[in-house]
Write a protein that binds this ligand. Structure first.
Ligand code: GUN
Length: 720
């Protein structure tokens, strides 16, 4: 059996629903609920030709961990020797496969051979009757070389067939609703929007495959492929899996998955094997060119390339097909693991070196993401760029592998945008004067942890000029010293601003270019330099001043985190923190913050520099209407949330303020009363669309009778 895969039917109400379990930006590890188990995505459906089974589906299930396969219902329908047993005992028996069976409809045959003899309703009827899990309607294949009129026809005709296909499918057959439109982005956008909106008596389409791309794959036109995925994503319903029809080369997985593709299917494992070609994550290699295997595998562990070359053709094909399937599965596992560890983008960067065509496609994605971050020049394409940025976690423990492209990574752009948009200097300096003449103090060339390498210099500089704002110049941009332990930014080496190549120097109205910066110095606006170890400044120091500066720095640090991570206004936050007290770790770092009434309200996290809100903190900030993001629950779910259960998709009435993945949010009922607080795992847009899975991980529920005094209910429960 596929390891850990349960092929029993889902609950009837979950049939066809997709849920996200983990994510890295818009790349997601999800589950699609079917009558033969919940398909874990991203995954590849190996193509099974019911007439020539290079690897038996049963072996795929038992030895290769394949949870689902795709076969062709038109081929089964056409051949009596297949059709009769399929109708008599079902397609799972015919293929001897216990997992999820997806079928195609004959559209691809019509593209290869001309017309097919089957009708629109007839082929859906047949797929339903043989017990397919996810069938495909008879769409019209749009080739990339067709005219715009022809492609418009393919889109229109496919859309026209959608309702009747959904109606014919009935209650139990899930359907693929393919997106056509060739190379015309506006047609892909139109197709995705209309197919996404199509409704049947039971549901709409369960999955949206992107069709008509096989001719592009054959010619390695990956830039075109990426443009098609981006255009389709603009209007496709976010809560449905996206399938790339006929794409299955492992080299393409990281990039496509990073763009939100969930399913692949391909016969490449068998077709390439027949030609003596091996699939690897970096490209294809011919067995004829090999003295040693380019990649370790279980399949070819005990045999040499020479021995395989000398095998009888069928035996060789069988062996290489197994190798190809093993490598395909391994690369998908690697991508899923990269999603879990938040390192998918670094894998995409790495894989983009595999070929010139991939590099070209990658450069385009990079530009789209970068464009998505330039709000003032937002065009249509940047919708997806912006989605990629906003869907990425900004706080992650662990280091960042730096590369020449790393500054374009969505999570780093997201962090930079949060700093640009939310961070402001404290309203008062450490002497208590209003901060009306702040000057930016750029600090360069020091290694993290900056609290150790810079604190003394920062204190000296503040002593000389209380209105200077210490800013660390990192490879990824500017980082206020207040946020110096923000992971992963604190794992990036600080560099000279002249080598950052940053255009975004705008912060609280002061531009970086107006500052003088010199190697080894802290430099103030106006050109008066403060050498880092200037002995003369020591002479003016006093212990009381230093204590005041230290206290001010701590308050400034908590305030900055409230602004950037909780979306609070800096002036109100400063006031709220008046009279705060703190508790420290053994190394002297603040680990708990207590408000003026002695209530534990916040906990700065020492491992990743984030900020956790306590339930008392949530109550206090809700009472202050401090601008925190809010998720509005439907009232039926409120008792569960008050008891500490998670906010589930399908139970959300709306959102308020700027809800961000991974950053704290308040959860309120329809009248605005606070019921819980937690960490969103979905974007606000996704909260409006998904019907299954966790939307907010609740950290504390607020019992109604105690909502004024506040209480903590930390019971975590995912069941509802
Ligand atoms: N297989 C490969 N491409 C396509 C497509 O566009 N439509 C269908 N139905 N199957 C395909």
């Amino acid at each position: 059996m596929a390891k850990g895969f349960d092929s029993s039917p889902c609950r009837p109400q979950d049939l066809g629903r997709f849920e996200i379990h983990q994510r890295d930006g818009i790349a997601r590890i999800g589950r699609l609920h079917t009558n033969h188990g919940a398909l874990q995505t991203p995954m590849l459906l190996p193509v099974v030709n019911p007439n020539i089974r290079t690897i038996e589906p049963r072996e795929m299930w038992e030895k290769f961990g394949v949870q689902g396969v795709i076969t062709n219902s038109y081929v089964i329908w056409k051949h009596d020797k297949l059709r009769e047993p399929a109708l008599a005992s079902g397609v799972h028996d015919l293929l001897d496969f216990p997992g999820v069976i997806v079928t195609d409809s004959g559209t691809f045959q019509s593209y290869v051979y001309g017309d097919v003899e089957v009708g629109v309703e007839q082929i859906v009827d047949f797929q339903r009757d043989i017990g397919v899990d996810i069938g495909t309607m008879l769409d019209v294949f749009g080739r990339p070389d067709q005219t715009e009129e022809e492609l418009q026809h393919a889109v229109d005709e496919t859309v026209a067939r959608a309702s009747v296909s959904l109606e014919t499918a009935g209650e139990n057959l899930l359907l693929n609703g393919p997106i056509q439109g060739g190379l015309h982005s506006h047609l892909r956008v139109e197709s995705a929007s209309k197919m996404g909106a199509a409704e049947g008596p039971h549901r709409g389409f369960a999955v949206h495959p992107i069709g008509g791309i096989v001719p592009l794959m054959e010619k390695h036109r990956y830039l075109d492929l990426v443009k098609i995925i981006l255009a389709t994503r603009e209007t496709i319903p976010l809560e449905r899996p996206i399938h790339l029809f006929g794409c299955g080369h492992p080299m393409l997985f990281p990039m496509c998955i990073a763009l939100g593709v969930d399913l692949f299917d391909s016969a490449a494992y068998a077709l390439f094997a027949r030609d003596g070609r091996l699939l690897t994550p970096d490209g294809t290699v011919r067995i004829d060119d090999l003295e040693e295997w380019p990649i370790a595998s279980h399949t070819l562990r005990d045999i040499t390339p020479d021995e395989v070359r000398n095998m009888e053709k069928n035996e060789r094909t069988d062996l290489l097909a197994r190798f190809n399937l093993e490598i395909t599965q391994a690369e998908l596992a690697r991508c899923r693991q990269a999603i879990r560890t938040g390192t998918l983008w670094s894998l995409v960067e790495q894989r983009s070196n595999s070929s010139e065509e991939l590099r070209e496609a990658f450069t385009h994605i990079r530009d789209v993401i970068w464009g998505g971050s330039l709000l003032e020049t937002m065009d249509d394409f940047n919708i997806v760029g912006k989605q990629m940025i906003e869907a990425s976690y900004v706080i992650r423990s662990g280091s960042v592998k730096w590369s020449e492209h790393a500054r374009y990574r969505p999570s780093l752009i997201n962090a930079r945008e949060l700093i640009d948009n939310r961070w402001r200097p404290p309203p008062f300096d450490w002497t208590g004067k209003p901060m009306n003449n702040p000057s930016m103090l750029l600090i360069e060339g020091q290694a993290p942890p900056w609290r150790d390498s810079l604190r003394g210099d920062v204190i000296r500089a503040l002593r000389l000029n209380p209105q200077c704002i210490p800013i660390i110049v990192m490879k990824a941009g500017f980082l206020p010293f207040d946020l110096e332990d923000w992971s992963p930014l604190c794992h990036i080496q600080s560099v000279s601003p002249f080598s950052t190549g940053m255009s975004s120097g705008l912060m609280y109205g002061a531009r970086a270019e107006t500052l003088d910066v010199e190697e080894g110095c802290i430099v103030r606006r106006g050109g008066s330099k403060v050498p880092l170890n200037d002995a003369s400044s020591e002479a003016t120091s006093s212990n009381e001043d230093d204590d005041a500066i230290r206290k001010w720095l701590e308050r400034s640090q908590i305030s900055a985190k409230c602004s950037v991570f909780l979306g609070m206004d800096n002036v109100n936050t400063w006031e709220w923190l008046e009279g705060m007290t703190v508790q420290r770790s053994s190394t002297g770092r603040i680990k708990n913050v207590f408000d003026a009434d002695g209530k534990h309200v916040l906990s700065p996290r020492l491992n990743d520099g984030g900020l956790s809100l306590t339930t008392r903190g949530a109550i206090a900030l809700h009472a202050l209407d401090a601008g925190l993001p809010e998720v509005i629950s439907i009232d039926d779910a409120v008792p569960f949330l008050r008891a500490g259960r998670n906010v589930m998709h399908g139970f959300i009435a709306g959102t308020r303020n700027d809800v961000r993945i991974g950053l704290p949010a308040l959860i309120v009922d329809s009248s605005g009363d606070l019921v819980a607080h937690g960490i969103p795992t979905s974007t606000a847009e996704e909260m409006g669309r998904f019907r299954k899975g966790i939307a907010v991980r609740v950290r504390g529920g607020i019992a109604s009778s105690l909502k004024i005094a506040g209480t903590v209910g930390f019971e975590m429960n995912e069941e509802q």
